[in-house]
Design a protein around this ligand. Structure first.
Ligand code: GLY
Length: 386
């Protein structure tokens, strides 16, 4: 446990720790026992995880005195649904799970969102322990308390699903990020998690002089090569960024517009992600892009859009592009038409009164820009179109 790091997310009586290390999942049980006098734990895990990983979490909990009910969920966007939540609620209610008994969510962002939402609404709220097993959920989704599910909304042009339309803020009681669980993560998903790290580097560039971006660039090959010490430091640095933002704007308050900054790259990115038939190799059979790939493209587009508005130095786009290339993420894509991208961008959750609100990098830091001129939005799209 030499390399274990612990970061506090200070939120008054909802303060919690994010523990990061290699091989720390076997400590889950004692750590859970230290924060609750509960007797039962409801372990929700991703059905694709290696059985040994689930067994490690489950036996750690039972060795610490918990009676463990284990259930598996398929981590797909359609399964992130109210039906899945209803099934899990029925399972947990059948065990007479009490108010202090924790839900433990072991998996990526989908499992964390569904498990967190079950914990938020069962008996009006039971503790949730987030155990993220993907890089994306370690550096982003598991920290900050966003939980929820998708709703089917046929005809919205959003793949028939409105993402995260139903949900609740429910901060975890503890986050346990075991870097060893990244061993089974496909390379493509590791790269996708790194897109969110580049996003954090851009968000902090004005305040840290670009040091997170520089650190990520210097260590990119060790990170992609899954060097444990580099991964621990990567997760630690990025959780610190997320924790500082969540501490100042826990519920994405529009008067503060701080947590909204975490949506940098997401308006362009989400539009690209939801456009049918787009793929890395131009073969529609390989569509869609993964979320992190779309976010990476969105970061390039945001930098180009901001440069067109004179908000940031044009060299920022090259810096972002260079780092994404180093990581192995796409920086341009075929099949984009500006009108279709702009149309899809208007489905963004930040749109107010039909007007776009973009998070863009500026000399003074990342800011929300209301109703940007279409010429600048088109410059952003042109920067990522092949
Ligand atoms: N992933 C964005 C947020 O947690 O606010």
């Amino acid at each position: 446990m030499d390399h274990m790091r612990s970061i506090s997310v200070p939120l008054g009586d909802r303060t919690y720790e994010v523990r990061i290390g290699h091989g720390i999942l076997p400590s889950l049980g004692p750590w859970a026992a230290a924060i609750t006098r509960a007797r039962r734990a409801f372990l929700i895990s991703d059905s694709n995880l290696p059985p040994a990983l689930v067994e490690s979490a489950s036996s750690s909990l039972s060795n610490a005195g918990f009676t463990v009910l284990t259930t598996r969920v398929r981590a797909t966007e359609p399964e992130k649904s109210l039906e899945t939540v209803a099934r899990l609620l029925a399972d947990v209610a059948a065990t007479r799970h009490e108010r202090t008994d924790p839900v433990v969510a072991l998996g990526g962002g989908i499992i964390g969102d569904v498990g967190g939402f079950v914990a938020a609404i069962y008996r009006r709220g039971v503790p949730v322990i987030q155990c993220p097993t993907t890089l994306l959920s370690m550096v982003d989704a598991s920290v900050g308390g966003k939980t929820g599910v998708n709703l089917p909304t046929p005809g919205t042009g959003d793949g028939g699903l409105k993402k995260n339309l139903v949900g609740s803020f429910h901060q975890p009681a503890l986050v346990v990020a075991d870097i060893a669980s990244l061993g089974s993560l496909p390379d493509r998903e590791l790269r996708c998690g790194l897109a969110e790290c580049v996003k954090h580097g851009l968000i902090t560039a004005a305040s840290d002089g670009g040091s997170l971006l520089d650190w990520t660039a210097t260590n990119a090959s060790r990170i992609v090569g899954r060097d444990p010490a580099s991964l621990i430091e990567l997760v630690e640095r990025n959780v610190r960024v997320k924790a500082q933002i969540v501490e100042r704007d826990e519920r994405e308050d529009s008067a503060k517009d701080l947590r909204a900054l975490l949506n940098l790259g997401h308006t362009f990115g989400h539009a690209v992600e939801t456009m049918p038939g787009l793929s890395l190799d131009n073969d529609p059979a390989h569509a869609p892009l993964h979320h992190g790939e779309a976010v990476g493209l969105g970061l390039v587009a945001a930098a180009a859009c901001a440069a067109k508005l004179g908000l940031c130095d044009p060299s920022l786009q090259d810096r972002v592009t260079g780092l994404l290339r180093q990581i192995g993420l796409p920086v341009r894509i075929s099949g984009l038409t500006p009108a279709a991208v702009i149309g899809a961008m208007h489905h963004d959750k930040k749109v107010l009164g039909g007007r776009l609100r973009l998070v863009l990098p500026t000399h003074a830091g990342v800011q929300v820009i209301d109703d940007p001129p279409e010429s600048a939005v088109r410059a952003g799209i042109a920067a990522i179109a092949l």
